[in-house]
Design a protein around this ligand. Structure first.
Ligand SMILES: *[C@@H]1O[C@H](CO)[C@@H](O)[C@H](O)[C@H]1NC(C)=O
Ligand SMILES: *[C@@H]1O[C@H](CO)[C@@H](O)[C@H](O)[C@H]1NC(C)=O
Ligand SMILES: *[C@@H]1O[C@H](CO)[C@@H](O)[C@H](O)[C@H]1NC(C)=O
Length: 288
């Protein structure tokens, strides 16, 4: 085990330029992943997210939402939540049946996966924009833009046909439109407020250094691990003197179970020069 005599500097900036400061998540979306294995076996997975933080699951056996946070219902009443659960329960059953029907009519091949994402996002100036996109086997299939069904080029003639069909079902179309343009914005504002204490909290990370697998003769891989920070937007780099090192490799920011984040940042250096390097990590906490 090699001892690294390195300096680590973690910079926690309070306030600063408030434009840059992260004020918490700004969007809510639902994700649907439906796997059709064969004519009798289908799995529907559902989840609800604020940006990349999960706040809802879906129990597909009982057809009930799972509220992962005490404030996941936002400011909606229990009655309204029960109504919405009923809408999604019926939706999953009907969706599965319709897709199975279409597959048998068009003699499609199993297995395949359908993915959907739908939600709304708060923009600066308080405008809220809704979105819905669906994909088939990992390719874009259709989306809703400005209250209209838009077939995606990758979806081919199937997507065009789908948009013509769905628009004819006025009842379903009306429900989708209301959920997107009325229910979602109202829910988003309510849940951001209900979860404010947790969504806008500030948590300082712990950091530690290690050396990675030797990149080659006479070389050393410096590894800095930073874990437990919240929120997610941070800056991390290896420096030598005043020089930011372009060879810095930043891994993906990975979620910890407690809604904090982990990051690993490496640099390949000459073995004898490890002590010249400095690690800088900065996170901007907004002033409230
Ligand atoms: C359908 O797929 C499921 C899950 O892969 C499998 O367990 C089941 O045996 C399949 N049924 C038929 C009729 O192929
Ligand atoms: C949205 O659709 C309406 C009519 O359905 C149209 O008048 C308007 O220009 C469209 N807006 C955009 C941004 O496409
Ligand atoms: C929840 O909060 C939003 C935003 O403040 C508001 O528009 C809505 O009326 C509130 N109540 C319900 C039940 O949605």
């Amino acid at each position: 085990m090699m001892l690294l005599s390195l300096l680590l500097l973690a910079v926690i900036v309070h306030g600063g330029d408030n434009e840059d400061a992260f004020q918490g998540p700004t969007s809510f979306h639902l994700i649907q992943i439906s796997t059709f294995a064969n004519s009798t076996w289908t799995q529907n997975q559902g989840s609800g997210w604020l940006d990349d933080l999960q706040i809802h699951g879906w129990d597909s056996d009982s057809g009930n939402a799972i509220f992962l946070k005490p404030w996941s219902k936002g400011n909606f009443s229990d009655e309204e939540v029960v109504e919405l659960e009923e809408v999604f329960r019926v939706y999953f059953i009907e969706f599965t049946r319709e897709v199975q029907d279409i597959v048998s009519q068009l003699q499609f091949e199993y297995p395949f996966v359908i993915q959907g994402i739908a939600g709304c996002e708060l923009h600066s100036g308080k405008a809220i924009q809704s979105f819905l996109r669906a994909g088939f086997e990992g390719l874009d299939f259709m989306s809703i833009k400005n209250h209209s069904c838009v077939p995606e080029p990758e979806g081919g003639s199937m997507a065009q046909w789908f948009c013509v069909l769905i628009t004819q079902y006025q009842g379903i179309w009306g429900i989708i439109d209301t959920l997107l343009s009325e229910t979602c914005p109202r829910y988003l504002l309510g849940v951001l407020d209900a979860g404010k204490a947790e969504l806008q909290r500030q948590v300082k990370p712990e950091a530690w250094l290690s050396s990675g697998p030797t990149p080659g003769p006479g070389r050393l891989l410096l590894v800095c691990h930073v874990s437990g920070f919240y929120p997610k937007p941070v800056r991390a780099m290896w420096m030598r003197g005043e020089q930011e090192q372009p060879g810095t490799q930043q891994g993906d920011i990975i979620t910890n179970a407690d809604w904090t984040w982990y990051l690993r940042v490496t640099l390949d250096v000459a073995a004898g020069e490890a002590s010249f390097y400095l690690f800088i990590f900065s996170i901007i906490f907004p002033l409230f």
